[in-house]
Write a protein that binds this ligand. Structure first.
Ligand code: ARG
Length: 579
């Protein structure tokens, strides 16, 4: 089904053509509800181009514009904006259509792509910390949204399982390991030996050399070191899996850095042969002399000591994703510090002739209350697992207080959905590039733009249907009450018209998210929808109202519940049955 926005856009471009103007014209939601629901600045743009009076141009467009099926007569306002106001009967009709649309008004995209999304991608032998939330949660939401729009999505966890940290980890394993601690809490022990080795090597050159030797042995295939490495990787992956289970995050493939090891030499040879890379001071580098901001920033793909690095692996990763996975689109989600790295990698790929659409989707940081990078009291990174457990614990305390009579099983389920939902939502509701201050009180509040507030709206819908005892959906009943002009709902009160209008916007909002990878657009929409729903609920009795309003309102409740739940699901958030 088509959104109002797209229907009106078509009419606008028809009118422009008829009036003899070039182009199609932008039509956007109105910035101020007092002027209507949509607006276009087409007349302003055209007038400027042609040196004509904007109002005259607007009048010419209006004379050809035929939107009577959905709108009041459009008006010209201000310097020459054309405003559109939807008619209540058109809204009722569209909302009714929506009740029967399992895609809830969101059209499948016409140009489907095969997208590899690289997100999360933590490093082995280090715990996932709070800094990993953003990439993980943002990548997952984008994957869900892309999939819902009809794209083919491959979620790839590019874990860092082959870095220089292994020199120290292996040295630590051989000299510092406490087996009992390893059994009790493997990651904590791995981190401890890594840190200890790292510290010793900074003060003792002999330890530093020993660590380097361990790394060289690992890289040249020493069986003992390989076996230690493998054990560390397995332990870490097990730990990641636990966190992913808690977060309900799933990957299709997990190709860590080590997966590319035996392709690296070939990558460097190829780039040297094609002349894209050259030897400079003993290292193999790709220069970007023709790109001013990269001119003095070559990308090293083989170090002077012959070792390969992060960049070499990423060049090989591009090959694999395009040639083996047949991707035509690659999205990589990381923090902003990697901007230069991926600028270089994508530039190399372009020079090699790859035509895929490469996007580096970056994000800002999470700050503590002191507005500095969030740390524990002792100055460490906050382990993600601890943070998530804390979220569930705090959510549990709220449930205990608000709804003490629920069973323990129900409370656990709610605390999990609310706690994890709150953490995800507080992240996704921010513009991804903005740094934000992590605040338990704010994210768990039942008021304001929070997950619990939205989940509460879903719970309210469910409770209406529990009370009605009629079950969902109610749509079929209202369908039988259609009037002669075709199906529609009966909408009279301002609050219900407003709610229906919001529901019709879902199909306009979702496709927009991917333009600049901004799930916060969806979060904001859901927040407004929940506001409209609560306002409707205050103003319009549902179960106690007379027919035909009753069925119509039930249908609106059902639709609001489904859109809220689907919207939250696209953000990776679940709505509990009760709260
Ligand atoms: N492991 C890296 C980190 O923690 C992120 C990897 C991103 N993906 C990539 N293909 N380099 O920073």
């Amino acid at each position: 089904m088509e959104t109002f926005q797209s229907l009106l856009e078509k009419k606008l471009s028809e009118a422009l053509a008829k009036a003899g103007f070039p182009g199609t014209g932008d039509l956007t939601p109105a910035t101020d509800a007092r002027f209507g629901d949509y607006q276009t600045n087409a007349a302003l743009v055209l007038a400027k181009q042609r040196g004509e009076n904007p109002k005259t141009v607007a009048e010419k467009i209006l004379a050809q514009l035929d939107v009577g099926e959905w709108c009041e007569t459009p008006t010209v306002a201000g310097a020459g904006f054309i405003n559109f106001k939807l008619r209540a009967d058109a809204i009722a009709k569209k909302a009714f259509e929506l009740c029967h649309d399992e895609r809830l008004g969101v059209a499948r995209t016409r140009s489907t792509r095969r997208i590899v999304i690289d997100f999360g991608s933590p490093n082995v032998a280090k715990p996932m910390h709070v800094g990993h939330i953003r990439s993980t949660v943002l990548g997952d939401a984008l994957a869900r949204i892309a999939q819902f729009l009809g794209h083919e999505v491959i979620r790839d966890n590019h874990i860092g399982d082959w870095g220089t940290q292994f020199g120290m980890v292996i040295y630590g394993w051989k000299n510092l390991l406490d087996r009992q601690s390893l059994t009790r809490d493997p990651i904590a022990e791995l981190v401890r030996i890594y840190k200890e080795a790292n510290q010793r090597s900074t003060i003792d050159p002999a330890v530093r050399e020993a660590c380097r030797q361990e790394l060289v042995k690992l890289q040249s295939g020493d069986p003992e070191n390989l076996s230690i490495w493998k054990q560390c990787v397995d332990l870490s992956i097990q730990d990641f899996e636990n966190t992913y289970a808690l977060l309900d995050i799933h990957y299709d493939i997990q190709r860590g850095e080590s997966f590319y090891n035996d392709r690296l030499a070939e990558v460097v040879d190829r780039l040297l042969k094609s002349g894209l890379a050259e030897i400079s001071e003993g290292a193999v580098c790709v220069f970007f002399r023709d790109i001013p901001e990269l001119a003095d920033k070559p990308c090293i793909i083989r170090k002077r000591d012959g070792g390969f690095n992060y960049a070499t692996t990423d060049v090989a990763t591009v090959d694999y994703r395009i040639n083996d996975l047949k991707a035509d689109t690659i999205w990589i989600v990381t923090g902003a510090p990697q901007i230069l790295h991926f600028r270089q990698i994508f530039e190399i790929a372009r020079r090699e002739g790859y035509k895929a659409d490469f996007r580096h989707i970056t994000h800002g940081s999470i700050l503590g209350e002191d507005r500095k990078l969030m740390k524990t009291r002792s100055g460490e990174n906050v382990p993600l697992r601890e943070l998530l457990d804390e979220a569930c614990k705090r959510a549990r305390a709220i449930v205990d207080e608000k709804n003490p009579d629920l069973s323990d099983a129900e409370k656990i389920d709610i605390a999990h959905k609310v706690g994890i939902g709150a953490v995800k939502y507080s992240d996704l509701s921010q513009y991804r590039m903005t740094d934000y201050v992590f605040s338990w009180d704010r994210m768990l509040s039942l008021q304001g733009n929070t997950a619990p507030y939205l989940q509460n709206a879903c719970v309210r819908v469910r409770s209406i249907f529990r009370k009605a005892g009629e079950g969902r959906p109610e749509i079929d009943k209202s369908a039988s009450r259609t009037n002669s002009s075709g199906g529609e709902l009966v909408l009279a009160e301002a609050a219900e018209i407003n709610l229906a209008k919001r529901l019709c916007q879902f199909g306009e909002v979702v496709p927009q998210i991917l333009n600049d990878f901004r799930p916060n657009i969806l979060a904001n929409y859901l927040f407004e929808l929940a506001n409209s729903f609560h306002a409707f609920y205050e103003a319009c009795p549902v179960l106690k109202s007379e027919e035909p309003a009753r069925s119509s309102r039930l249908a609106l409740c059902d639709l609001a519940g489904r859109i809220l739940e689907r919207g939250l699901d696209l953000l990776g958030i679940k709505a509990p049955e009760k709260m």
